[in-house]
Design a protein around this ligand. Structure first.
Ligand SMILES: [Fe+2]
Ligand SMILES: [Fe+2]
Length: 134
């Protein structure tokens, strides 16, 4: 959420209105993810505790921002995939479904970023770690 909100502000400052709108849209989707996670945590009796967020990635151009986003989305895909599989292994179907739904959303985000990069003429190389997911 912080990453996309920052990028929306940067894109706005660069006069890239369409990009700013797209980043704002992503911000809202990530905010909805945060809300789902918080609700799930409260349901489990845990207080949300993200006291330190990773600093938002800054860059000098749209392509560099999108490359950072692609890497971030790939990272979260791996995380939700691991969480889904862990829950399945311990037969926690409810939480497996919860994480799998987030995983599907993040795969969609990753695909959208990839398509956006392609539309700018940039083909991003999938890393070794990401190959299992894409
Ligand atoms: Fe998300
Ligand atoms: Fe995402």
């Amino acid at each position: 959420m912080q990453q996309y909100m920052t990028q929306a502000a940067l894109a706005e400052a660069w006069g890239l209105r369409d990009a700013a709108d797209r980043f704002r849209h992503e911000t809202v989707e990530e905010m909805q993810h945060a809300e789902r996670l918080i609700k799930r945590m409260l349901g489990l009796g845990v207080a949300p505790n993200a006291s330190q967020l990773r600093p938002a990635g800054l860059a000098y151009g749209l392509v560099e921002l999108l490359l950072q986003d692609a890497a971030l989305e790939a990272e979260i895909v791996a995380l939700y995939d691991e969480a889904t599989n862990f829950c399945r292994r311990i037969a926690d179907t409810e939480n497996a479904e919860f994480f799998n739904a987030l995983l599907q959303d993040e795969l969609q985000h990753a695909a959208e970023i990839e398509t956006w990069l392609e539309s700018l003429g940039v083909a991003r190389r999938t890393t070794e770690d990401e190959r299992a997911y894409f």
